[in-house]
Design a protein around this ligand. Sequence first.
Ligand code: FE2
Length: 286
Amino acid sequence: MTPKEKAFFDENGYLVIDNFASKEQMQQLRQAMDRIVEKFDENEHRSIFQTGPNKQQGDEYFLTSGDKIRCFFEPGAFELKDGKMKTPKHLSINKVGHDLHGLDPAFRAFSFSPAVSQLIYSLPYEQAAVCQSMYIFKQPRIGEPVDAHQDSTFLYTIPQSVTGLWWAVEDATKQNGCLWAVPGSHRLGNKSCFRRRKDGKPGTEFDPPKHELSVEGAVPLEMPSGSVVVIHGDLVHLSHPNTSEKSRHAYSIHIIETGKGVQYPAHNWLQRSDSKPFPVLPKPSA
Ligand code: FE2
């Protein structure tokens, strides 16, 4: 980040960098995802991805996906009457996560590229680690909205240290459900933590909110393919449903500090079942 970009990020809680990656790189990610979807057996797992206050995700398939590559469907993908898929699987999946960066060679090479290191270490990270990755399809016509949230709710560290990177694999526009951000909202701090249940039963819950999130003043982040948006963990952001005929594919990774004595609580929903530490981004060479 240039000093001007850093000042914008500090003031607003996000920064869009146009043409961060090439169209060819985006195409490579898309092709890698095509291979993953092709291999996926849609009859084996039918986990639906849902967000929102009364729809928190907490099934076993989701909770053990931190070190795997798993597919989550759009709620509108299946017929209510007989449960049959309405469209082919490549048009029914909401997202794939959460360890593309560790397990797939194309996503690993992209996520740990020198350009990503350079960008992340221009923020005050000492030991930045990638804790999750997602490929989000925002399918034509059935792409669900994502309610206003802060990423620090879902990847909670003490103190807060999460930063999101979100690439437009395809052009993201208001029509196909681009991200919307509330400039400056990161300064209110973290609202809540999405956690494994306190009573030890399977599932998840939210800690009581410290304050309410407002979407007043939200601005659309329309981005051409290859652009990236850097998202402060406390930034309020959302996206509307995709009712258009065009998909809006995106790839995102989330970074946390694993140095400086920062803690990653065991009650976070995302835990690696193999007990390996989150992979650290190499520092850019001087
Ligand atoms: Fe987010």
